[in-house]
Write a protein that binds this ligand. Structure first.
Ligand SMILES: Nc1ncnc2c1ncn2[C@@H]1O[C@H](COP(=O)(O)OP(=O)(O)OP(=O)(O)O)[C@@H](O)[C@H]1O
Length: 254
């Protein structure tokens, strides 16, 4: 079986030009190199404004590196593609469309919606929204909206799932439930996943490896292996030890 979804980051640097005449340029990402294996779950963690989202956006092809290159399965990333599904912090649903029409929207652009009813239903069920097909976004909680956004991305069968703090606005209980759903989907679909988060516990709960970034410019300071099987127990001594390790890498704990 050919495994797909390998990402190579080769000395990635991103410098944004000055925003105004008196401003200076901003180096957001500095010389990041790493290989992400097919099917791996990576959490990118670092202080606010360090450059995590910029790195994720470059993997998506939404930004181009100033120097260095990103390869997906040995092809250089130069533009966004459905191969690399992106879920934003906000669900960004179309308020005038129902859940099923929001999920179908990406397919409609492709003119592929014919005979896709069953598939749309399958993805709605995959994210746990059976029974809400005809609901509008305003009738859903924040967590449910984010699940619609996930279904809308997954229905295009991306090789890579890129998540930019998608659960940041959710309450703690909803987050924990959605974490378990995400792990189930990730295990079923064997998707290479890269997630930006501020939350050390979220990173240790979900990821195979945590990439700890420095304050801006983001440099890959340390990679922490999370060598725990799922379902992980947040209260276990191994889990707490790994959280401490990540916090140390981020310089928040001696
Ligand atoms: N398009 C842009 N033009 C100029 N500067 C930018 C642009 N996008 C991001 N930056 C700057 O790059 C730096 C890194 O931003 P980025 O959004 O990647 O950080 P982050 O680590 O994801 O932050 P947060 O966790 O707060 O979302 C910031 O100083 C930001 O102002």
């Amino acid at each position: 079986m050919v495994e797909t979804g390998k990402i190579n980051l080769n000395s990635i640097q991103k410098i944004f030009p000055p925003r105004s005449e008196n401003a200076s340029e901003v180096e957001a990402v500095h010389q990041v190199s790493a290989t992400i294996k097919p099917g791996e779950f990576i959490a990118l963690i670092g202080p606010s404004g360090c450059g995590k989202s910029t790195l994720l956006r470059m993997i998506a092809g939404l930004e181009l590196p100033t120097t260095g290159g990103i390869l997906l399965d040995d092809e250089i990333v130069t533009a966004p593609s459905r191969e690399r599904g992106f879920v934003f912090q906000e669900a960004n649903l179309y308020p005038w469309l129902t859940v099923e029409d929001n999920v179908a929207f990406g397919l409609k652009i492709n003119n592929k919606v014919k005979n896709k009813k069953a598939e749309i239903q399958q993805f709605i069920e995959l994210v746990g929204l059976k029974g809400f097909e005809k609901s509008y976004p305003y009738e859903l909680s924040g967590g449910m909206q984010q699940r619609v956004s996930l279904a809308r991305t997954l229905i295009n069968y991306p090789k890579v799932l890129l998540l930019d703090e998608p659960f940041g606005a959710l309450d703690a209980f909803t987050r924990m439930r959605i974490h378990d759903e995400l792990i189930k989907i990730w295990q079923e679909r064997k998707l290479t996943t890269v997630m930006v988060t501020h939350d050390v516990e979220e990173a240790v709960y979900l990821a195979d490896r945590v990439f700890a970034m420095t304050p801006r410019p983001a440099i890959l300071k340390e990679i922490i292996d999370i060598d725990l099987p799922h379902n992980r127990h947040r209260e276990s001594s191994e889990f707490i030890a790994l959280k401490t390790k990540v916090l140390k890498a981020l310089n928040f704990q001696d």
